[in-house]
Ligand binder design. Structure first.
Ligand code: ISE
Length: 343
């Protein structure tokens, strides 16, 4: 039968996923939604025929009609909800963060391991959608085919037009740079061993009291380096660029070079391309591919994307990143042993 999905949390991301599952993903049906704001849940449920509102997210996970769960609730609820999915043996796609701290993420890794040891099947996928973006996938394939020779450096830019007033520099690390953490681990196929965070001169558009932009440096276990410019109040648009520099060449993605338009005017002729306003446009295709593959894999009893370990490793690097931001010092990442956790 089609995969019967419950979506927990139908704010911006969750509502976007409900619409996606309903209109663009095959083999799945949204049968239940849950949200702390009952009115919001009713509103979203009304857009999908046959979709029920189940107020209590744990009851939605336990419901007999629900085969799989997509979690898009605020991060502090993820731990309890993901663990409940594992307990019920239900595949779960959890938006990042997997949980709020590295320790609790490690507990999820161990629970998923324990389930896999018993049943031969894993359940947890983390919503690092960039891995499904066609440009990132092409870059990864190029690296894996040896097209750049040995990769040595990665340069990243991650810019947002604006962020809400509660968005702190810690959140820049935990919510924004976390994507580059996953990209670096994905592209280079190794762990990040140390993090340094520098605070360049701050824009006058920064959230009061915060450092924006930040420059973040990752060192991998084999000594490669990844620099990340994270700038969340550019006033421009959503710009995500990644350039990998190898021994035998370099490759860059994220130039937004879709449609190139020429125009005239009093200030002179120009050639321009568009810039996505936010991640829903820039990574729309990535989300579609991510969800289609999640649904297909769940129906086969598999996970086909970043798993619990990737969620844990990202949390461990971000924890070191927040420490580095506060201290100004190079900070080593504390990572547990991966015993019993195959890649
Ligand atoms: C948000 O949570 C994301 O995941 C976006 O990709 C990122 O660009 C943004 O800064 C975060 O707030």
């Amino acid at each position: 039968r089609e995969l019967q999905v419950a979506v927990l949390g139908v704010g911006m991301m969750g509502a976007d996923h409900v619409a996606r599952l309903y209109s663009r993903i095959s083999g799945a049906q949204v049968v239940a939604v849950s949200d702390a704001f009952a009115e919001k849940a009713e509103q979203v449920a009304a857009t999908v025929p046959g979709c029920r509102v189940i107020g209590d997210p744990l009851a939605a996970i336990a419901d007999d009609d629900v085969d799989a769960v997509l979690i898009a609730t605020p991060g502090q609820f993820h731990e309890e909800q993901v663990l409940a999915c594992i307990e019920r043996g239900k595949p779960v796609l959890c938006e990042k963060p997997l949980t709020m701290e590295a320790d609790s993420s490690l507990a999820v890794v161990r629970a998923d391991d324990e389930y896999a040891a018993r049943t031969g099947r894993r359940l947890v996928q983390v919503g690092f959608m960039r891995r499904f973006d066609p440009e990132y996938a092409e870059l990864k394939a190029l690296i894996d085919a040896g097209g750049l020779g040995e990769p040595l450096l990665v340069h990243c830019a991650h810019r947002n037009a604006a962020v809400p007033p509660h968005f702190t520099s810690e959140m820049m690390v935990n919510d924004s740079v976390v994507h580059e953490v996953d990209v670096a681990r994905f592209l280079l196929d190794e762990e990040i061993a140390a993090v340094t965070v520098l605070r360049p001169k701050t824009t006058r558009h920064a959230v009061a009291g915060q450092s924006d932009p930040l420059l973040v440096l990752f060192e991998t276990t084999s000594g490669r380096m990844v620099d990340v410019e994270c700038f969340v109040s550019t006033g421009v648009g959503y710009e995500v660029r990644t350039e990998v520099v190898g021994e035998d060449g370099s490759a860059m993605i994220g130039l937004d070079a879709g449609l190139v338009r020429t125009s005239g005017g009093s200030s002179g002729a120009a050639r321009s391309t568009g810039i996505a306003p936010d991640f829903r446009q820039r990574f729309g295709r990535a989300y579609d591919i991510e969800l289609q593959r999640w649904v297909d894999a769940a129906r086969r009893g598999e996970v086909d994307g970043p798993g619990a370990w990737d969620g844990y490793a990202a949390q461990a690097v971000c924890a070191a990143g927040v420490e580095a931001l506060r201290s100004g010092q190079r900070t080593e990442v504390r990572l547990a042993s991966r015993e019993g956790t195959p890649s």
